[in-house]
Design a protein. Sequence first.
Length: 106
Amino acid sequence: MTGWQFAGAVALLAGGTYAIRLAGVTLRTRTTVSPLVEALLERSTMVLLIAVGLTGTLFEGTDLAGPARPVGVAIGVVAAWFKAPLVVVIVAAAASTALLRLAGVP
């Protein structure tokens, strides 16, 4: 991929994203959505975010990740659950994963 192709792809993605956002703002005032559909859309957003997070946690490319990464993520989730600052959550997750890998856990 050349530099121009990459720049074109980025510009196309940015334009598409902007168009979708503009369509959402424009159509929001013209259409009505039932409370059930609105609740389902909110839940589907959370399901999508959780699915992306789990995929990144459990897989390295096409292979399963070792147990060190999921344990580190779990420690980060627990720290976030107890409302630790973001820096503490990230450092706790990364440090626990690093220590497990240092101990020989893949």
